[in-house]
Design a protein around this ligand. Structure first.
Ligand code: PPS
Length: 298
């Protein structure tokens, strides 16, 4: 299990820790306490890393990868919650087995989740030439999803109002830092490393096509009916209804504030941004993304 029992009183006292900067990147307070173990983490050649900026489709692609590894066998894929099957490398908190501890005990092949910026990733992943899948999502929908996640996942600092949060996000003072730095850093990485760069919006547009891309990258051939099964079992509604995928068994979250599986759509930012906020954001976006050929569909 990824976490042991923790009393409601203990949980209460651990809520809303401030962010801590490690290697120039802001991270969740308690994660910093385990940072040495992250830096010296020993990747193995057969590891598959799933890297994302938060709220970009991590859980979705994790479930797809686990199903592909298990030939589409849904029963096998239900052997544990997604955060147990695909441990979160840098996670650490009282009452929870840290990601590094979980991974050390795990047999190969391991699938590993990280939100670290490319330049902060432990060097053993590069040395072992591990395969990596990166998923990026457009900056505006991420901002909205992340805001609601801050509200419901109390390992983060208080979100403040939406307007305050949006400013903090644009400043890069949220957990795992600047969205722009993250997506650009990993985009550059794909030029020199075995990295499959996926877009959340492409996954929404044609999930079967993206599942096939992941299969190819993993050197797995599966018949079309299995692709269909994987697609069905990883739809937003299927994952929302699945306690092994929807984080309902994870502590530190209050799904009554906002569910982890919230909307799963593109363009929800239009329901959240005011016209003025959108103008401010577009200016930020032009500034931050002027030096890259990476483009997004908002
Ligand atoms: S985390 O906490 O960073 O690991 O979150 P992450 O899994 O990256 O992102 C959560 C958002 O992804 C949406 N989601 C999905 N969308 C479409 N289809 C599927 N199957 C799916 N699974 C998760 C989830 O709803 C969050 O987005 P929002 O916009 O908040 O709904």
């Amino acid at each position: 299990m990824a976490h042991s029992n923790i009393t409601p009183e203990e949980l209460e006292s651990l809520k809303r820790p401030p962010l801590v900067w490690v290697d120039g990147m802001p991270t969740i307070g308690p994660f910093a306490a385990n940072w040495d173990n992250v830096v010296k983490f020993q990747a193995r050649e057969e590891d598959l890393l799933i890297a994302t900026y938060p709220k970009s489709g991590t859980t979705w692609v994790s479930k797809i990868v686990d199903l592909i590894m298990n030939g589409g066998d849904m029963e096998k894929s239900q052997r544990g919650a997604i955060f147990e099957l695909v441990p979160f490398l840098e996670s650490a908190a009282p009452g929870i087995t840290s990601g590094t501890e979980q991974l050390e005990k795990m047999d190969s092949p391991r699938v590993i989740k990280t939100h670290l910026q490319a330049d902060v990733l432990p060097k053993s992943f590069w040395e072992k030439n591990c395969k990596m899948i990166y998923v990026a999502r457009n900056a505006k929908d991420v901002a909205v999803s992340y805001y609601h996640f801050y509200r419901m996942a109390y390992g983060h600092p208080e979100s403040g109002t939406w307007d305050e949060y949006l400013n903090t996000y644009m400043e890069g003072n949220v957990a795992f830092g600047s969205w722009a730095k993250h997506v650009k850093g990993w985009w550059e990485t794909r030029k020199k490393h075995k990295l499959l760069y996926l877009l959340y919006e492409d996954m929404l547009e044609d999930p079967r096509r993206e599942i096939r891309k992941v299969m190819k990258f993993m050197d797995k051939e599966l018949p079309e009916e299995i692709v269909e099964k994987i697609h069905t079992n990883t739809s937003f509604q299927a994952m929302k209804d699945n306690p092994m995928a929807n984080y309902s068994t994870f502590p530190y979250m209050d799904h009554s504030v906002s569910p982890f599986m919230r909307k799963g759509i593109r363009g929800d930012w239009k329901n959240q941004f005011t016209v003025a906020q959108n103008e401010r954001f577009d200016e930020y976006y032009r500034r931050e993304m002027s030096d890259t050929d990476l483009t997004f569909r908002m």
